[in-house]
Design a protein around this ligand. Structure first.
Ligand SMILES: [Zn+2]
Length: 461
């Protein structure tokens, strides 16, 4: 069996998570104050938009970039706008790069299939549509203590004052903040972070506060490693052979109904448009929003169940992007929103951090095509969506379980982690397969029944 060197890791004893307290309504301020806040926000939004476009098209995102554009805002506010824009542009660049990489992989996969003895005539050639730069619509201000300070209120009418520096130098705006008992409870005995977020939605200003919390890490260094494969047929499949949550069944029925409804609406819209009707009914529906919410809840509950069943284990899952989730979704369900699926890795990260459970992501490349027994990576190992059957050694397993076992094994596999791209991963797996073959030369020429001797244990701890 292959041995993977395990690098010495610095043992962490705790991790810091940031909890946010959202939806604190700023409704105690008088109209004059809110007008001043509106004026500030509109100047801020305009400036921030200029930098976002600049950082997406002309320069690399840089929080410390020298000011470039004219603005009525103070120097401090100008810096906050540059920082916020750099953050937005950075994630735009990262997401675009990941999506483009996923597209190239999909294209390479498409060409491999079409050049193989069994081309798929129903499959469409993937196309790339260039991303447009972000447009800021909702006024959001991520402020720091240089421009917005939360001060405890001295009298009992309010909990805090929000001191906001404005367009008028030396005339800060003081907005009263009254916390609901829910918010008070959430913030009790915590030190509130100095960064604050203000945003306006439907004419109302909202404040978001946050605090850091140290969560002791309780996973033992000798804990067993559980690999988790993320999918649609099963949201989570563990290397221990358990499955949690599914998009099939009821969820899929609901989604089908929702799609039909949207189609009918779109038809009606097209029909009315032809007839020259000016105000058209919207195609977005409350039911699809409820469905998205329901999908998220189902994902959360699957993650909770999985963690409850493996309380002492170390969790290892795929490093997935929204773009790669979209391609994962393609074959199963082209209509499922990729952003809903991307909630699975997000929830895995959050739920483990909250519980002090050690969690790691590993490279996903070929994890679903690699044979867990002999390392041979080939799409032909997947005769259908659910089945894994190695064309070399005959190893047979549920496809998701084989993938989960591979992911668990990739934890601490420094050689694989060092691979720079998919091609390097494939080359490494082929080298390991060659080594396996050399070691088990006899087994390959013997009838498959003998191969049972080499059954790999899924207990990879
Ligand atoms: Zn094999």
């Amino acid at each position: 069996m292959r041995k993977t060197p395990r690098g010495k890791r610095k043992q962490k004893t705790k991790q810091t998570i940031t909890r946010t307290v959202t939806h604190i309504r700023l409704n105690e301020a008088n109209p004059g104050k809110l007008e001043a806040l509106d004026a500030l926000a509109s100047a801020f939004l305009a400036l921030c938009q200029q930098y976002v476009t600049h950082f997406c098209t002309e320069a690399d995102p840089n929080k410390y970039a020298a000011p470039l554009f004219e603005t009525p805002l103070s120097e401090r506010w100008h810096r906050v706008a540059i920082q916020q824009a750099a953050g937005i542009a950075q994630s735009w660049h990262t997401n675009r790069a990941k999506a483009y990489e996923a597209y190239l992989e999909e294209l390479a996969d498409f060409e491999e299939v079409q050049a193989s003895p069994h081309p798929d005539p129903t499959r469409k050639r993937p196309t790339w549509k260039e991303w447009s730069t972000p447009k800021l619509h909702v006024p959001v201000v991520q402020a720091n203590a240089n421009v917005v300070v939360l001060e405890p209120s001295e009298d009992s009418t309010f909990d805090y004052w929000l001191r906001i520096s404005t367009l008028e130098k030396g005339h800060p705006l003081r907005v009263p903040v009254r916390l609901s008992s829910y918010h008070q409870q959430a913030l009790a005995s915590h030190t509130i972070n100095t960064s604050t977020t203000l945003h306006k939605r439907k004419g109302v200003w909202w404040l978001t506060l946050s605090f850091d919390e140290d969560v002791p890490l309780h996973t033992d260094p000798s804990a067993s490693t559980v690999g988790v494969d993320v999918g649609i047929a099963n949201f989570l499949t563990t290397s221990t052979g358990q499955q949690y949550g599914s998009f099939h069944g009821k969820l899929r029925q609901r989604q089908k109904r929702d799609r039909e409804k949207r189609r009918r609406k779109a038809k009606l819209r097209a029909c009315l448009k032809k007839k020259g009707v000016k105000t058209l009914p919207s195609t977005s529906s409350a039911s699809s929003q409820r469905l998205a919410c329901h999908v998220r809840q189902s994902i959360n509950s699957a993650v909770n169940q999985m963690l409850a069943a493996h309380p002492d284990a170390r969790i290892v899952y795929e490093d997935l992007s929204v773009a790669s989730m979209r391609f994962k979704a393609r074959s199963m369900n082209a209509y499922l929103s990729a952003s809903n699926l991307a909630h699975i890795p997000e929830q895995l990260a959050w739920a483990t951090a909250k519980r002090g459970v050690e969690a790691h992501t590993v490279k996903a490349a070929y994890s679903s095509q690699e044979c867990h027994r002999c390392s041979y990576p080939d799409r032909a190992n997947r005769p259908d969506q659910q089945t894994f059957c190695c064309v070399v050694c005959g190893h047979r397993d549920h496809a998701d379980h084989n993938a989960a076992a591979n992911l668990a094994q990739r934890f601490g596999d420094n050689e694989l982690a060092a691979c720079k791209n998919k091609a390097e991963v494939k080359a490494l797996l082929l080298r390991r397969h060659a080594a396996w073959k050399k070691h088990h030369r006899l087994a390959v020429v013997q009838p498959p029944v003998q191969l049972g001797l080499f059954e790999t244990s899924t207990d990879v701890g």
